[in-house]
Structures are given as C-alpha cells and as structure tokens.
Design a protein around this ligand. Sequence first.
Ligand code: SAM
Length: 236
Amino acid sequence: MIDKSQLKKHGNDYGIELSDTVIDTLDVFSSLLVERNKQVNLTAIKDPEGIAVKHLLDSLLVFKYADIPAGAKVIDVGCGAGFPSLPMLIAREDLQMTFLDSTGKKLRFIEDTLAELSLQGTVLHARAEEEARKNVSRETFDFAVARAVANLRSLCELTLPFVKPGGYFIAMKGKEGGEELEAAKAAIKTLGGKTAAVNEVTLPDGSERNIILIKKISQTPTKYPRTATAILKKPL
Ligand code: SAM
C-alpha cells in the first residue's frame, strides 16, 4: 500500500536506516490501519503518502534524536492507534513497549496488530494520571513518549511521573513546540525534569516538528499527577 522505496529513501534522508523487513512490516501495519479505519475512527490521514510521512516517518524520527538503548522500557502515553509506539516497535523489536490510552477501541486495534505482526508489547487501558500513581508503573520506565495528546505544560504531568530518574520524556510536537516549552518550564522543574534538547525538523511534506527531550533528574513529588480536572484547570 505505501511506496516502500520512497519510505526507505525518506529514512535515509533523515539518517534512519530501515531494513527491507522493517519496511515490509510497516507496509502491513499501514494496510491494517486503513482497513480498521473503515470501521473505527483511528486516523484522519488515509492516503499512502500521508501515512508514510505524517505517521511512519514522523514516529521514527524519535530514533534520530534519542539514543534508546537495547531492551529499554518505553511507554507511549495516549498512543491512540500506535503513534509513535507501533512504528518504533516494528523498527526495534528489542524495546519493551507499553501502549497506554484511555480509549478501548484504539487499544483493541493495537492488540490485534501486535498479534498479527507477532510483536510483544503491554497494552494498558487507563488514564495516564491514574496509572502513574500506581507503584507498578510510577517511575519504572526508561523513556516516555507522547504525540498529539495535550499541551506540553499539562502533558509533562501526565508523562514525567512514569519516567525513572535518569530517563527521558520525548515530546513529539509540531511547530508550536518551542512556544509550549517556554510555557512548560516551571512544570518541568516542579515534576523533576530538565530540558535536555529541542530538535527542529521539517518533514518531506514541509510540516515542521519539534522533538523535545526532557531528562528526569529527580523524583516527581508524590502529589503529582493530580486529577485530570486539576491538571486542565490549574496547569503547573
Ligand atoms: N498519539 C497518537 C497519535 O499521535 O496519533 C494519538 C493521538 S490522539 C489525538 C490523543 C490520544 O490521547 C487519544 O487516543 C486519547 O484517548 C488519549 N488520551 C488523552 N488524554 C489521555 C489521558 N489522560 N490518559 C490516557 N490517554 C489519553
């Protein structure tokens, strides 16, 4: 369904090496997404070039900017239909990936896709602010990633509590990323984080991205995350 040689070329252009096997699996994943999208609303992007660039390449950019060691424990907070987590896991099967979302129908697509592609992952149907208060999840991940979930200022409260001190939260943001980061500075500090890098990149279709790395330098105070209402109404 996708133009495989084009995706490989895009990968090369952005310094992301994709084997033929990975490209084939990304292609199967894209077909599964388009097929399920006919029954359940999973993505507004349906054309092959759009999926290749705005979903697959965009998700894989994380590997260009973050050095994620083999076997790292990663959580995708608000994964939806699996972005960036599913392309990441397809490209790096060694990762211990957790898919978290509050919407069950999207997670059923993830479960079916993992089974179809013979991939291992943990699927968590939960609200981030509730899950992050549980000992089994709190400060147990090497990396948290999130794309298109919330404004960075609120998003940090949903993600940083999952990350171990020494780990990173990787925020996959659009062109608004720099401005959001300015507004999120106090929140990042309060939650035990420190901005490590801001990477601006333009996708082949001209759309701008900011991939922001926030390092967890100390534990998050136990009073965070607060309830969804408090996070929304009184962002840190
Ligand atoms: N990350 C995916 C992507 O980039 O395509 C999905 C983005 S979608 C716009 C936002 C997702 O975040 C939705 O699936 C929604 O259910 C989930 N979400 C928003 N707030 C959440 C929360 N507090 N806890 C868990 N999931 C949440």
